[in-house]
Each structure stands twice: as structure tokens, then as C-alpha cells.
Write a protein that binds this ligand. Structure first.
Ligand code: HEC
Ligand code: HEC
Length: 240
């Protein structure tokens, strides 16, 4: 190899390393007339399921580190206002990603989250976020399931409810109920009330596998009153 070629390949390698290390997010701008279903299929399927999938694995091992939750029932799960805001300014919800095992590495101090393999989420401008959120909210394949929930949200005394969430039910092993306090294998729950529909929270806690056959959220045998108390706790911390 000539010196010039050798130097050039060095430069290319350096460039490649830089591209790999560049985690600045993709930025999407709105434009009149964009077909939202097509936009989502084109730009979101790489990391999100946009259709129900069969019983096989949802994502290949190579894409697990980048994967996010399914988007085909957004209208049954999220609150539209939250969705519109989050798409413009995404903040991390799952400290170790959607598949923690893909982002956690063993280290001498114990397991550590590999921040470099976590996704910097694409950002949408205000116009596009409004349109995408509006479209995604029309996806409600499980509306009947949610309509069966008989849950009336109420506030509860914080101290007892916190004790229940943390100590008696053990939710804190996997979830943070206060920023920086709690486990990292599940989504943070301090913003759950502003993020999720109340009926979804109740339904998901009772039977996570109905929503996600692959889920790592365990079924914790509880009656409806106990589940409602936990949902009320999420409401109460949102109002603190
Ligand atoms: C490079 C992979 C990637 C792409 C592309 C991507 N996402 Fe995501 N998305 C993720 C990951 C990973 C998460 C989980 C983020 C977290 O937990 O903090 C996520 C989370 C979300 C959430 C929050 C919901 C939740 O509970 O975590 C929404 C809404 C969302 N994505 C919508 C979209 C839309 C709409 C598009 C297409 C414009 C898109 N995403 C493109 C990887 C991606
Ligand atoms: C062993 C770990 C673990 C425990 C214990 C656990 N969870 Fe989870 N939880 C998870 C994981 C992982 C997810 C994400 C699952 C998914 O998206 O399918 C989750 C998801 C959730 C969600 C949906 C959040 C969202 O944004 O999608 C709620 C609500 C929830 N858990 C509440 C609870 C409550 C309440 C308890 C205690 C009774 C609890 N969890 C105990 C691991 C756990």
C-alpha cells in the first residue's frame, strides 16, 4: 500500500469512528401534505413495531439495543399532549433502554449501563409532532379492553402509598418513582401519569403479557383494589 493510500485509509477510519461516536439525533421537519402513515412506516419501523407481530422474536439481536416499544396501539396507551411534547423533546424513559440486556455490560464494579449504545431519539419539529401524534392516537386496536376497566382515579395519602409501592409491592426494584431513586430495568414511573392513560396503567399492571407478549414486567397477583391504589400513587406523585 502506498503511503498516500495508507494515510487516506487512516483518515477514513478516523472519520468512521467519528460517525459511529456521533450520537446527535436525527431531526425531522413537518411539511404540508405529508402522509403520516407512510412517514411513520418509513422512519420509525427500524426501531418500533408498527404492526402486531407473530409469536417469534420481535427484534433481531442486532437491533435490540435500539428498539423502542410498539407504536401500533399508541392511542390506547399514551396521552396525546404528552406524546406531542415528547416527540419534540424526548427525555429518556427507560434508563437502560427497552431491552436492558442489550445495553448493560459487566464491569469490575458490577453491571453498568453502556450509555453509548442507548439511542438518541429522533426529534420532530412542532408541526410534525402535532401531525404524527394526531395520527398515532387514532391507533386504538384495544379500545374494548380498556373500556372494561372500572377505575376512578383518586389521590391517596403519599406516605402510605409510597411504602406500598416500594416496600410491600416491590415495584421500586425495577422502577423509579422519584428521579434517580429505584431500579433501572423498567420505565421510570415518575412521569407515568402524564404519559399514560389511567385505564392503560391498570390494565397493564394486571396483565402485562396481554399488551406485550415479550414483556419483562412480572405478573404480580393483586386484586383490582390493590392495582387501583398503585395507579392512584402514580397520580399522587404527579401532583406533588
Ligand atoms: C433509532 C431507533 C429509533 C427510531 C428511528 C425511532 N425511535 Fe422511538 N424510541 C426508540 C427507543 C429506544 C425508545 C425508548 C426511549 C426511552 O425509553 O427513553 C423510543 C421511544 C419512543 C416513544 C416513547 C414511548 C415510550 O414509552 O418509550 C415514542 C412515542 C416514539 N419512540 C415514537 C417514535 C416515532 C413516531 C418515530 C418515527 C418518527 C420513532 N420513534 C423513531 C427508538 C427509536
Ligand atoms: C422485575 C422488574 C419489575 C417489577 C418488580 C415491576 N415492574 Fe413494572 N415494568 C417492568 C418492565 C421491564 C416494564 C416495561 C415492560 C414493557 O414495556 O413491556 C414495566 C412496565 C410497567 C408499566 C408501564 C409503563 C410504561 O411506560 O409502559 C407500569 C405502569 C408498571 N410497570 C408498573 C409497575 C408496578 C405498579 C409494579 C409493582 C406492583 C411493577 N411495575 C413492578 C419491570 C418491573
Amino acid at each position: 500500500m502506498s503511503i498516500a493510500r495508507w494515510l487516506l485509509s487512516g483518515v477514513l477510519l478516523a472519520l468512521a469512528a467519528q460517525v459511529g461516536a456521533d450520537d446527535s439525533p436525527r431531526y425531522f421537519k413537518g411539511g404540508a401534505g405529508t402522509d403520516m402513515a407512510a412517514f411513520v412506516t418509513e422512519n420509525c419501523v427500524a426501531c418500533h413495531a408498527v404492526k402486531p407481530v407473530g409469536d417469534g422474536p420481535r427484534h433481531s439481536a442486532a437491533t435490540r439495543a435500539e428498539s423502542g416499544p410498539p407504536l401500533y396501539y399508541v392511542g390506547d396507551k399514551y396521552r396525546e399532549e404528552w406524546l406531542r411534547e415528547w416527540l419534540q423533546a424526548p427525555e429518556r424513559i427507560r434508563p437502560a433502554g427497552y431491552y436492558p440486556s442489550a445495553n448493560v455490560r459487566a464491569s469490575p464494579e458490577g453491571d453498568a449501563i453502556d450509555e453509548t449504545s442507548l439511542v438518541s431519539h429522533p426529534i420532530l419539529d412542532a408541526e410534525l409532532a402535532e401531525e404524527v401524534a394526531g395520527y398515532l392516537m387514532t391507533l386504538t386496536p384495544y379500545a374494548d379492553r380498556l373500556a372494561q376497566e372500572e377505575y376512578e382515579p383518586a389521590s391517596v395519602p403519599l406516605r402510605m402509598a409510597r411504602l406500598d409501592f416500594r416496600r410491600f409491592k416491590g415495584c421500586v426494584a425495577c422502577h423509579q418513582d422519584v428521579k434517580g431513586e429505584g431500579g433501572v430495568s423498567g420505565p421510570e414511573l415518575y412521569s407515568a401519569w402524564s404519559r399514560l392513560q389511567p385505564q392503560f396503567i391498570v390494565s397493564f399492571v394486571r396483565s402485562p403479557g396481554q399488551w406485550n407478549p415479550d414483556t419483562m414486567m412480572p405478573v404480580l397477583e393483586m386484586n383490582d383494589a390493590a392495582i387501583h391504589r398503585l395507579a392512584n400513587y402514580l397520580k399522587t406523585i404527579a401532583e406533588e
